[in-house]
Design a protein around this ligand. Structure first.
Ligand code: PLP
Length: 465
């Protein structure tokens, strides 16, 4: 007789058998031709599923695809695997932590790892950024920073300071705050419920700066537009300015010399907080722990994620300046200072993985290595300037962009080259509109840089001019 109980026990047996077969590496439960259920993020789902690009394992600088090819990773996964793939130390740290303490909440309870991690992290941040709020992603870090900015002003008796200034081409994740301060129309257009009171600075690319190596010499004055926006909205109403020190997902744009310094000066004059979104530029991407260190400009809040755990497990962080943290610590001792947090804020396993990642960065000197490779990287990328299809090349640290002249349908060239690189050159690059964005793991060597550049050369040469 069929009962609810038999149904439950049958399901239980099926689940158990499935798990056993997975562990024993038998026939996969999900064959590759069953791809419909997973709604993929930021992907042309139907197109992808007609010719899937499936990565099945990774080690060091390479992925392996399901058809057995070794693919050179020119993207550090998605700007995150800075120490390279398949790090034993990270796997061990996760495993050991899972056995010791898999989860404990950080709401009203403590466990050692996030405390240890925060202490370690602040040794790398510019002076004053001495407090860390943990999140699970870059998007959550951005929302957290925006909320802290508003609450900080309110605590200081400036409750009207609630507006934000972002920047064109800025990418600050995909939550509502992030797309509101972000400057990418495609990410905003379908969501007509953005947070109010946001304005944007213009982006920092100026005509004439094509093929600049490193920071463009001209363009610091673009920051003065902030004065006009302040005049328009009034400093009394503005909580913070948020920018990526180096724009990543918007197409890789390097700040002109003096630009970030000028933003800092103006925000300070008007008691407006400056937020650096360093989700990409954190953890050695431009040869220092953070872009703030490299450009010697200290923001009030700094958001990060990605390289924090080498991409191995989700985790993000917001660094807050002492003056901000202190403003929250003034009320009665028994009060909760910030009504904000996530179930997994300071997750023990993520924290253990981040600690292991920091060990690798430090022991292998990967930030210094990125700086030492910058010249080779720069010259390699700029050697592509002889190709007719190339419109501009930009670089700093181990980040770079090769922008192509648009074809009849603007915005398609990047994808064309990305697909050719993947299928024909066994190389992973990222296509953003007509631009190829590049950000290899920091363990890359000179020969692999050369290989990456040659793969690009071959693929770009196929573009009709
Ligand atoms: N901020 C910046 C500058 C980013 O580049 C990204 C992701 O690429 C984010 C925020 C969002 O991070 P996540 O995808 O982890 O939410």
């Amino acid at each position: 007789r069929y009962t609810i109980e038999t149904d439950i026990s049958l399901k239980y047996i099926f689940l158990k058998l499935s798990i056993i077969s997975l562990i024993q590496n038998e026939t996969p439960i999900m064959p590759w031709n069953e791809l419909d259920a997973f709604w993929m993020p930021f992907t042309s789902n139907r197109e992808f599923k007609s010719a899937p690009r499936m990565l099945t394992s990774a080690q060091g600088m390479h992925f392996t695809s399901d058809d057995g090819r070794k693919i050179l990773d020119g993207t550090a996964g998605l700007w995150c695997v800075n120490a390279g793939h398949g790090r034993e130390e990270i796997a061990k740290a996760a495993y050991d932590q899972l056995k010791e303490l898999d989860f404990a909440s950080a709401f009203q309870m403590g466990h050692p790892r996030p405390f240890q991690l925060a202490e370690r992290l602040i040794q790398h941040t510019p002076e004053g950024l001495d407090h860390v709020f943990f999140t699970n992603s870059g998007s959550e870090s951005v929302e957290t920073a925006l909320k802290i900015a508003v609450a900080y002003h309110r605590l200081n008796g400036n409750g009207s300071k609630t507006k934000f200034i972002g920047r064109e081409k800025g990418y600050h994740g995909t939550n509502l705050g992030g797309i509101s301060v972000g400057g990418l129309g495609s990410n905003r257009k379908d969501f007509n419920c953005l947070i109010p009171g946001v304005d944007h600075l213009q982006h920092t690319w100026i005509k004439g700066s094509e093929f600049t190596k490193g920071q463009p010499a001209k363009g610091a004055e673009l920051a003065d537009e902030l004065e006009s926006l302040i005049a328009l909205h009034s400093a009394d109403n503005i909580a913070a300015v948020i920018v990526e020190p180096v724009v990543g997902a918007g197409g890789v744009f390097i700040p002109p010399q003096g630009y970030l310094e000028r933003l800092r000066e103006i925000t300070r004059q008007h008691d407006i907080l400056l937020i650096f979104d360093e989700v990409i530029t954190g953890f050695g991407r431009i040869g220092k722990p953070f872009a703030a260190n490299r450009f010697q400009v200290t923001p009030d809040l700094l958001t990060t994620a990605k390289g924090l755990t080498n991409g191995a497990i989700p985790m993000g962080a917001v660094f807050a300046h002492n003056k901000i943290h202190q403003a929250f610590m003034n009320g009665p001792e028994s009060s909760i200072e910030l009504f904000h947090g996530y179930t997994y804020s300071g997750h023990p396993v993520a924290s253990a993985v981040a600690l292991a990642t920091l060990d690798i960065y430090q022991h292998e000197g990967l930030f210094e290595q990125a700086l030492a490779l910058e010249h080779c990287w720069q010259e390699g990328l700029h050697s592509l300037s002889d190709l007719k299809a190339v419109k501009d090349i930009r670089n700093i640290g181990l980040i770079g962009a090769v922008e192509l002249h648009p074809g009849d349908q603007p915005g398609q060239r990047g994808k064309q080259v990305f697909l050719d690189c993947y299928w024909q050159q066994n190389t992973l690059v990222r296509g953003i509109g007509d631009t190829l964005a590049l950000s290899p793991p920091l363990i890359i060597n000179e020969q692999q840089i050369h290989q990456l550049v040659e793969a690009l050369r071959t693929a770009i040469s196929k573009i009709p001019t």
